[in-house]
Each structure stands twice: as C-alpha cells, then as structure tokens.
Design a protein around this ligand. Structure first.
Ligand code: SF4
Ligand code: SF4
Length: 197
C-alpha cells in the first residue's frame, strides 16, 4: 500500500482536467481551417487537393456564380488546402472544439461571381481569379508573351485556343510555313552517336 501511494506521488497527474480547465495544445497542433472570404479568389485549388472532399466548388451557370464550401465534419486537418492556396486565404488554426448541435452548422459557404468570356459570353472562371491572374501577368510589362497572356485572360480557354490557332496560321502565312529554329542548351550530339558532323 505504502509502495503504491509512493508511486502515485512520484508519477503525479496522469490525466488532464479538460474540459473543466483549458487544454494546453502542442505548438504545431492542427485545428480547424480558417477561410478568409475576402482574400479567396475562388480558384478551386484547395478543393482539387482536399483528400476527403471537405472543400467543394459548385458552379451555377444560370446565376453566373461559383460557390466555395467546406464541411468541417469531413475535414481531417491535413493542411493540403493551406499548402496550395495562392493567396493564403485558408490556413489551419488552433481551434479544435468543433462540436455543434446541428450538422448544418459544420458547413460554411462563400459565393463569388463568374467572369463571362469577352468573345463567346460563356462563363469560364471566377472573376476574382481572372483579375488575380491579370494582375500577376501585367507585372512583367517587358515580356511580350506575358503581355499577350494578360490580354487573353479576358477570354475562355476555348476562345484562347482559337486565338492561338489563328496566330499560328497568320505566322505560317508570313513565313511560308517555316518555323524559327529551336534553341537548346543541350550539348551537341557526338558524331559517333548520329550527331551532325
Ligand atoms: S485540412 Fe485537409 S481535409 Fe481539411 S479542408 Fe483542408 S485539405 Fe481538406
Ligand atoms: S485555394 Fe485559396 S483562393 Fe483558391 S479557392 Fe481555395 S481558399 Fe480560395
């Protein structure tokens, strides 16, 4: 008996008083993802990588909107959404007490406007995402390719493909079908391996 009491005193508390006292959390504990609706551009990157599909994007072409949603009941706190978000609009917090009385309270949604293509009028991406891409590309003012890409953010991928095809055709008509030689940093292939002599 004396030995047992001595062991208990030596070990100290083996349990914690939570929930009657606050729980001390480890420094890098992963809790509820916090979403910043203003910083979010509706790019869908987080939804694409979310393993349990806790984050979803639903497009409504009738309304011209895209809705971002998260279901905290499905979240496994892996942090993939935080890793891929280009604007740091989502990140894991220390919050872990997520109990609710109704399942509906585990969901959050944000709705954004879609941008219509300047050529065909079809919706093709969240307006905030298009503006973000345009802003990034216009930073490279001296880069002809970036300037062209910035101008093409106004159109959908299908119209962009058409524009590329017209551009290639016009270039072929100018050059008679001859393409400029490809530049490469690779070392020349030795003649013994079939390279130029
Ligand atoms: S932490 Fe993981 S599971 Fe939770 S929303 Fe982000 S990607 Fe999905
Ligand atoms: S990755 Fe970031 S910006 Fe893109 S939809 Fe998710 S939270 Fe929004």
């Amino acid at each position: 008996m004396f030995k047992t009491i001595k062991e208990i005193l030596r070990t100290g508390d083996a349990t914690v008083k939570y929930p009657f006292a606050p729980l001390e959390r480890p420094e890098h504990a992963r809790g509820k993802p916090e979403h910043d609706a203003v910083a979010c551009i509706g790019c869908s990157a987080c939804a694409a990588v979310c393993p349990p599909n806790a984050i979803q994007m639903v497009t409504d072409v009738q309304e011209g909107t895209i809705t971002w949603s998260i279901n905290y009941g499905r979240c496994i706190f892996c942090g993939r959404c935080e890793e891929v978000c280009p604007t740091s609009a989502i990140g894991l917090s220390a919050e872990f007490e997520l109990a609710v009385m109704s399942k509906d309270d585990l969901e959050e949604t944000c709705t954004y406007r879609l941008r219509a293509c300047a050529e065909c009028g079809e919706y093709y991406a969240a307006a905030k995402e298009v503006d973000y891409a345009t802003r990034l590309l216009t930073q490279f003012q001296d880069d002809e390719e970036a300037a062209r890409a910035a101008a093409l953010t106004r159109v959908c991928p299908a119209c962009k493909q058409k524009a590329d095809a017209y551009r290639a055709k016009a270039r072929d008509e100018l050059t008679g079908g001859e393409r400029p030689p490809m530049t490469t940093n690779a070392a020349p292939v030795p003649a013994t391996m079939g390279g130029a002599q």
